[in-house]
Every structure is written in C-alpha cells, then in structure tokens.
Design a protein around this ligand. Sequence first.
Ligand code: NAD
Length: 285
Amino acid sequence: MTAKILDGKKIAAEIRASVKGETLLLKERGIVPGLAVVLVGDNPASKVYVGQKEKGCLEAGFASFLHRLPGGTSQKDLLDLIGKLNADPLVHGILVQLPLPDQIDEEKVIAAIKPEKDVDGFSPVNMGRLVAGMSAIEPCTPKGIMRLLEASRIELAGKEAVVIGRSNIVGKPVALMLLARSATVTVCHSRTRDLAEHTKRADILVAAVGRPRFVTADMVKDGVVVIDVGINRLEEGLVGDVDFEGVSEKASWITPVPGGVGPMTIAMLLENTLEQAKLSGEGRS
Ligand code: NAD
C-alpha cells in the first residue's frame, strides 16, 4: 500500500482564504481582527514561528501587533504588558511565544491571558473547558490535526487512536479531541513499556515526540492513518517523527513534513483569532 497524502498545505491555504474573506466582511462592520504576538528573547526557532504568524496575519488582513522584548525582561514587565493587551479593544488574540526565559514563570503568564483572548488555547480555563467537553478556544496544533482528519473524511468513531507524546501543547489535547470524537484513545509517552505493542494496534497514529524518524514501518499495521507532528531540524532539512519512506508503504494516509501539520497550526491560529473578533463584535468581551 502506498499512502495518500494528508495535504496540510492545501487544506490550510483553503482555510486561510476563507478567513481572509470573512475578515473583509468583518471590516465592513468596522472590526479588524487583531493578534498580539509577544516574543521574549531571541530563540532562533521562536523567531521563525513568530515570523510565520505575522506573515499569516498580514495576508489575512488582520492587524498584527508584534511585541519583541529583550531576553532579560522581568516577569512583572511581561505581566504588565499582558494586562494592557487584555484591556486593548483592538486586540482579539494574544499569543506569548514559548519557551520563555528562565526568570519567567510560564504558567503564571499563560494564566494571566484573558481566556477569551487566549487564541493558543493553553490557559487553564480553555484547557479545563476542553477536558469537560465544553466549547473552548482549542489549541492550534491539535485543532489543525482534527481538521486534517475531517477534511479527508477519516472516520474516528470506534477506531483505535494511539498518541505518542503527552505534552500540554499537542499530545494531551489531541487525545481529548480524539476521545470527544468517540475514538478509543491510548496515550503513550517516554515511560511507556513496549511502545510498538501499542502503535501496532493503531488505526490512527499521532506522533508528537520530537525525535527524527522515530516511528518506523515495523511499528505500524497496514492501513494506519499517520499524523506526524514532529519538526526536527537536521542538516539535511526538516524531518518529522515518522520514517516517511518506510511508513508510507504501509499507511493508508500520512502527513508529510513539511507541509502537513505545520501549516494547519497557523491556519487555526488565524481562525481562532477571527472567531474571537467576531464574538467581540457581537457584544461579548
Ligand atoms: P515535548 O517535548 O513537550 O513532548 C514530547 C513527548 O514525547 C513527551 O510527552 C514524552 O513523554 C514523549 N516521548 C519522548 N521520548 C519518548 C519515547 N522514547 N517513547 C515514547 N514517547 C516519548 O514536545 P511537544 O511540544 O509535544 O512537540 C513534539 C514535536 O512536535 C516536536 O518535534 C515539536 O517541534 C513538534 N511540534 C510541531 C508543531 C507543528 O505545528 N507542526 C507544533 C508543536 C510541536
């Protein structure tokens, strides 16, 4: 079997075009979706991600407010900025690029973002709502994964879904979202015994580990749907957590890296921000 490609680049482009169209309509009502991105220090990967987010905003017709703060910024100064952005009616979404420098407590900063501006979906309120099955601003990467599955009409109810990784950013929330769609979900992590025994059962396999080509063909069954979240920078370029060459011979669907989950993450960030701008126009906020 040679897998069909879950084309994140194409699906994300369609979503971005729709966001752009809705933004034009919203502008006629005097609302310009505004995203504030806060970057502390100069982590090279963070700079790349922030650049992509800013570009996405500008293409969609959003107002982009980029705050670059020096690496030595104090927690108090960062919390003061979050307070100002929380109160600013032109800002509908606030994204603090992680990781933050050591002197700053990430949890405190994330918790300080007003839940209705938390377009990354990492705040305790949005995470709690997700766990409870209530409407929430959903974190962008797992939301993007679910959209990719939906766009390709991949059935989830009753299926065995195996997630490798339990981070708050990807593994944990995607497991909850798969559960909400009635998959039978197993979450594997660094202490899982005999990982392959789990992955071989998977109808849907999500790899969010951060290790190049970690999932190999002998770890999966024929017909599996594979979502590769990993972004590993090697000298030869970007590679995922899945050995694409081998695994795509057995999978029915697979995401490429790059061009799979990555573009969906940005598209979901734009969609989350647009959604909050719309709600603010309806008098909430
Ligand atoms: P993380 O480091 O927070 O989590 C990695 C997880 O992998 C942990 O839960 C750990 O328990 C698990 N793990 C580590 N070694 C393991 C092993 N030997 N067996 C089983 N599980 C193991 O990483 P993260 O933030 O969840 O990101 C994971 C990957 O996804 C990274 O490559 C990251 O760059 C990428 N990522 C991509 C996007 C995107 O938009 N495409 C977004 C976020 C993260």
